[in-house]
Design a protein around this ligand. Structure first.
Ligand SMILES: [Zn+2]
Length: 347
């Protein structure tokens, strides 16, 4: 039998199966595909090809305002003052070869695209901002309308920011950031508000192709949230579980097995040896689903001169050299710092 005949026979079979499936109503039950991925990153200055993102930090902060959703507003900080204070730290990062920076400060905790845009222009750093609401810390940062509205309504706000830009800035979010509180170890459900945020995140991720970074109060909440995201037809590979450093190997492995990202973004908050013991075993099993970052920075709104602002150098100066010393290859380091952030945040 010639190859073309075989192929034709196969095609006929495929068509027949498709017809039968259609007749049985199977095709209609297939969930709508998320938009085709374009392999671009939405930065505060516009879309860039994913290859330009380079060595990227997937979870840092430029500015935070912890006063609460009801009281925070733009008048509480000065764009130029924050820019001037943070710029040297971004330039130090650039000297170390870092070119991508994911700003994880959500709306109502001091997210300000005007600051991020100005910093990106002055430093040349590719900065990514977000849409979404943060339900951690007992919902202090959740705006009052979110208590009343449905997951669909919340998703509509976030999708609108993705389409039209944030507030009056025209700056578009490159990912969705949500936060949830910890639940007891045996609990199988998040609080109703946190569950609503995860559902809204799944819906808006599906509609936009954006990934979701979820701040988690602890391991059980992280696992339940990942399951809920998938149940709500979110694409598991678009879900990043933040603060996995403290979740323990068992949960981290389960989350990776579900297909989601395990983000070790507290690098520098624990003694080096302890942190290596957390990262190395996961690296052996799931190097293609790990992210490394420091959750550092920031201009602390309300403190004189922004409080004690931390630099972002620990990962490059201390942690990566320690990984190399522990035998991790340059190819794997490249995967952790370049390939993985690109895959996690490309839309
Ligand atoms: Zn953070």
């Amino acid at each position: 039998m010639s190859t073309s005949l075989t192929r034709r026979a196969l095609l006929a079979q495929v068509q027949q199966v498709a017809l039968l499936a259609g007749a049985a109503g199977l095709i209609n039950s297939v969930p709508a595909e998320e938009p085709r991925r374009t392999m671009t990153i939405q930065t505060v200055l516009g879309l860039i090809p994913v290859a330009d993102f380079g060595f990227a930090l997937p979870h840092e902060h430029i500015q935070c305002d912890f006063i609460g959703a009801e009281q925070t507003h733009r008048g509480r900080w000065d764009v130029d003052e924050v820019t001037a204070a943070i710029l040297p730290n971004l330039l130090q990062l650039k000297e170390r070869g870092v070119t991508g920076f994911v700003d994880c400060t959500p709306a109502y905790i001091g997210r300000d695209p005007r600051v991020l845009r100005q910093l990106s222009q002055q430093s040349g750093m590719h900065i990514v901002t977000n849409t979404g609401y943060y339900g951690g810390m007992n919902d202090k940062f959740v705006p009052s309308h979110a208590h009343e509205e449905s997951a669909e309504q919340l998703a509509a706000h976030w999708i609108s920011e993705w389409k039209n830009g944030i507030e009056d800035t025209g700056v578009k979010p490159g990912f969705i950031k949500i936060g949830i509180d910890e639940i007891p170890e045996t609990a199988q459900q998040l609080s109703p508000l946190d569950a609503k945020l995860v559902r809204a995140a799944a819906q808006s991720s599906r509609a936009t192709g954006l990934s979701v970074t979820c701040h988690t109060g602890g391991a059980q909440a992280a696992y339940v949230a990942t399951q809920l995201f998938i149940e709500e037809k979110g694409n598991a590979s678009r879900f990043v579980v933040a603060h996995s450093d403290g979740h323990g190997h068992a949960i981290n492995r389960k989350i990776a097995e579900l297909g989601s990202w395990v983000s070790f973004d507290g690098i520098g908050y624990r003694p080096l040896e302890e942190h290596l013991k957390i990262v190395l075993p996961m690296l052996e099993e799931h190097a293609d689903q790990l992210l490394l970052s420091m959750d550092r920075g920031w201009w602390w709104v309300g403190e004189p001169n922004g409080g004690k602002i931390q630099d972002y150098n620990y990962l490059c100066d201390t942690f990566l050299p320690a990984l190399r010393k522990a035998g991790v290859s340059q190819t794997t380091i490249q995967q952790l710092t370049v390939k993985n952030p690109a895959r996690a945040f490309a839309q």
